[in-house]
Design a protein around this ligand. Structure first.
Ligand code: ADP
Ligand code: UDP
Length: 236
C-alpha cells in the first residue's frame, strides 16, 4: 500500500511497504517567488528526475551520504525516509540572486571563497535567514549537526563544481536540505539537486541553464533543462 504523505510544490512523497523508504514523484510544476509565480511544463518532472539522479550517483561515487536509493521510473525515485532538518542550506561561489540584492553586489562577481547560508524552512515566514545561534536557540539543530551539515555542504560543493566544470558549466549557487536517518539519526543529504535548486551558467557565455530562465522569463524551461541534461550526460 502506498499513501501520499506530502504534496509539495515540485514533488509528491509517498510511503512504501518499507517504513524506511519513500517514493518521490517529480511533478511538472514550476514555482518561483515563494509560489507566487506558477506554471506547468510537460516533461519537467522527467528532466528533474534524470538530472537529480545523475547528480546523486556522482555524489555516491565520491562517498557522500545521501537519501537516494534508485530511480524507478521516468518521474520517480526511491529514497530513504528521513526527518528533514528544517534548514535550507544555500552554498554560493559566485554572487547572484538574493545575495546581489542584499549586499548591493554585481551578479557574476566571483566570491573568492565559498559562502554557506542557513534559512529557516518555513513557507509561512518566507524562509528567513538564520545563523547558528538562531538554530541552536530554537533547537532546530545541535552544534554537532550544524557542523556536520556545513562540512557535507562544502564537500557537495567541491564534487559538484568539478562535475559541472567538466560540462563547461559554473556552479554559481545552490540549495541543499539535510535529514536525519530514521535508523540512527545520521545526517544525510536529502531532497533534490536540480536546475530548480541551483544556478548554473555556461562557463564561456554565462547563458543560464537553471530555473532563472523561468523566474526572469529568459527562455523555455524544458528546452533549457534538456540542454543541461545532455551536457551532463556527455560527462563520463
Ligand atoms: P516544498 O515542500 O518546498 O514545496 P517539494 O515539492 O520538493 O518542496 O516537496 C518535497 C518535500 O519532501 C520537502 O518538504 C522536503 O523537505 C521533503 N523531503 C525530501 N526528501 C525527503 C526524505 N528523504 N524524507 C522525508 N522528506 C523528504
Ligand atoms: N533556492 C532554492 N529554493 C529556495 C530558495 C533558493 O532552491 O527556496 C536556490 C536558488 O535556486 C539558488 C540558491 O538557492 O540557486 C540561492 O537562492 P537566492 O538566495 O539567491 O534566492 P532567490 O533570489 O533565487 O530566491
Amino acid at each position: 500500500m502506498s499513501q501520499l504523505l506530502y504534496e509539495g510544490k515540485a514533488k509528491k512523497m509517498f510511503t512504501t511497504d518499507d517504513p524506511d523508504v519513500l517514493r518521490v514523484e517529480y511533478k511538472n510544476d514550476a514555482t518561483a517567488f515563494n509560489g507566487k509565480k506558477k506554471a506547468v511544463f510537460p516533461g519537467k518532472g522527467k528532466l528533474n528526475n534524470a538530472i537529480c539522479t545523475k547528480i546523486f550517483h556522482v555524489l555516491k561515487e565520491n562517498n557522500l551520504p545521501t537519501h537516494f536509493i534508485e530511480k524507478i521510473s521516468e518521474t520517480e525515485q526511491l529514497v530513504k525516509a528521513v526527518d528533514i532538518v528544517p534548514i535550507e542550506v544555500v552554498v554560493r561561489n559566485i554572487v547572484a540572486g538574493s545575495l546581489a540584492k542584499r549586499l548591493g553586489l554585481d551578479e557574476g562577481t566571483d566570491l573568492g571563497q565559498t559562502i554557506v547560508e542557513f534559512y529557516y524552512k518555513s513557507d509561512e515566514l518566507g524562509d528567513p535567514m538564520i545563523n547558528d545561534d538562531h538554530a541552536l536557540a530554537t533547537k532546530i539543530a545541535t552544534e554537532e549537526e550544524l557542523a556536520e551539515i556545513r562540512r557535507q555542504a562544502l564537500s557537495v560543493n567541491e564534487v559538484l563544481q568539478a562535475l559541472f566544470a567538466e560540462a563547461g558549466i559554473l556552479l554559481v549557487d545552490f540549495k541543499l536540505e539535510f535529514g536525519k536517518l530514521k535508523s540512527n539519526g545520521g545526517i544525510v543529504l536529502a531532497d533534490e539537486i536540480s536546475p530548480d535548486t541551483c544556478r548554473l551558467w555556461d562557463k564561456e557565455t554565462h547563458e543560464k541553464l537553471d530555473k532563472d530562465v523561468f523566474r526572469r522569463n529568459i527562455a523555455d524551461l524544458p528546452e533549457t533543462y534538456e540542454k543541461l541534461l545532455s551536457r551532463l550526460e556527455a560527462v563520463k
